[in-house]
Design a protein around this ligand. Structure first.
Ligand SMILES: Nc1ncnc2c1ncn2[C@@H]1O[C@H](COP(=O)(O)OP(=O)(O)O)[C@@H](O)[C@H]1O
Ligand SMILES: [Mg+2]
Length: 373
């Protein structure tokens, strides 16, 4: 699948742009703060429905406007997905695919696939568990439609159960409602955990291979699911439910005190080790970046396995930070999948990509010009 055309209106610092992309390699060059990341972000938004930058929908609208439009045409052989998202100040976004409105925005996710590697990807290693859970949720939602449904359901259950816990403090009688919510929590929660365990097993193996290759065989990467239920990796669904149940049963007093649900996938994490040591605390900046790169590149393989098609690869300002080994690893992908690269530095990049069929664009203050080669 590739992006054929990108049309933005009042999107961040773009007034209006309309560009046709090369089906393989596209390079956007420009100084800082000209709109390069905004442009990549808009492609991600058209696939996932929201930004990869933790931004609110309203931030995507040009600051003195009240409406913005992202229109991206994805093509795979004869299959066209023309995605149009309208963002409004003060009301919900509207999404159309090939002219037809979507009822729920979650229906958008998974129709097209993108993978992004940016300077922020290092937060997969350095950042808080929230960021690793978000990564899992975005990736799994792209490939498993049922996961999106479970996640929405789980979040609703969590809100209900937390409300009930708060009520118990004021009125102990409401405790009789708890078993029902425990059951919902455990059933849906365990389904989510099963998906995540399986995903990490697969991505862990793929990322390990990639990491070994780009580190020249000197580093071993381990990424495993870390549940706050304890050691559950390798267990079956019924065993996990049983452990979940026992934890919940024992923690009610504490839950009432803390006014929240203390066990479940909403608190889980990914443990990432390099050569057996926790990468968050023991690895260098460069090692962290390589680990993040390996995890992100492994997504490409998983998407291919699931969808029988490659995603669009978005590389935001990352090539200049990588050494030649890592650069060459990334550039190899550009032969088989559409890659959209942004960079401030053109000479080095254009030198490496000299032989490739590509389009080059220059970004300046929200304007885009294609440079003829
Ligand atoms: N909602 C918005 N309205 C207008 N300008 C915006 C909005 N959001 C971001 N910008 C502007 O976009 C520019 C940053 O663009 P960005 O794509 O991050 O730059 P870079 O080329 O360095 O990647 C900044 O000048 C910022 O002020
Ligand atoms: Mg940028």
């Amino acid at each position: 699948m590739h992006v054929e055309r990108l049309h933005l209106k009042n999107y961040r610092n773009f007034n209006e742009i309309d560009i046709d992309l090369n089906r393989k390699l596209n390079i956007f060059i420009g100084n800082n703060a000209q709109g390069k990341t905004n442009l990549l972000e808009s492609i991600f938004v058209s696939s996932i429905g929201k930004s990869f930058r933790f931004s609110k929908d309203e931030n995507l609208i040009t600051s003195d406007q009240d409406h913005s439009r992202v229109n991206v045409k994805f093509v795979r052989e004869s299959d066209v997905k023309d995605i149009e998202i309208d963002f409004f100040k003060g009301s919900k976004k509207k999404i159309k695919i090939n002219g037809l409105s979507l009822e729920k925005y979650s229906e958008l996710v998974g129709l097209t696939n993108v993978v992004v590697f940016s300077p922020d990807s290092i937060n997969l290693i350095k950042g808080s568990p929230v960021e690793r859970r978000r990564y899992l949720n975005v990736e799994l939602s792209q490939i498993k439609p049922n996961y999106k449904y479970l996640l929405t359901r789980y979040n609703k259950i969590l809100i209900q159960r937390n409300n009930l816990i708060k009520k118990i403090l004021e009125n102990p009688k409401s405790k009789k409602m708890l078993p029902i919510w425990n059951e919902h929590l455990i059933n849906t929660g365990t389904d989510i955990i099963m998906y995540r365990l399986d995903y990490l097993k697969r991505i862990g193996m793929l990322a390990r291979k990639i990491h070994e290759e780009i580190s020249g065989g000197t580093e071993i990467l381990d990424a495993t699911y870390k549940s706050n239920l304890g050691k559950i990796n390798g267990l079956g669904k019924d065993d996990i439910k049983e452990i979940f149940y026992r934890k919940i049963e024992k923690s009610l007093e504490r839950e009432i005190m803390r006014k929240s649900t203390l066990y479940g996938p909403h608190l889980d994490d990914i443990e990432i080790l390099i050569n057996g040591m926790d990468s968050k605390f023991y690895s260098s900046q460069g090692q962290k970046r390589t680990a993040a790169l390996s995890l992100v590149m492994a997504e490409i393989d998983i998407i291919y396995e699931e969808k029988d098609d490659y995603p669009v690869l978005l590389l935001d300002d990352v090539l200049s930070e990588l050494d030649n080994n890592r650069k060459n690893y990334l550039i190899r992908f550009t032969d088989k999948i559409q890659t959209i690269i942004t960079s401030t530095d053109d000479t080095d990049l254009l030198n490496i990509l000299r032989e490739k069929n590509k389009k080059i664009f220059y970004v300046e203050n929200g304007n885009i010009k294609q440079i003829m080669e």
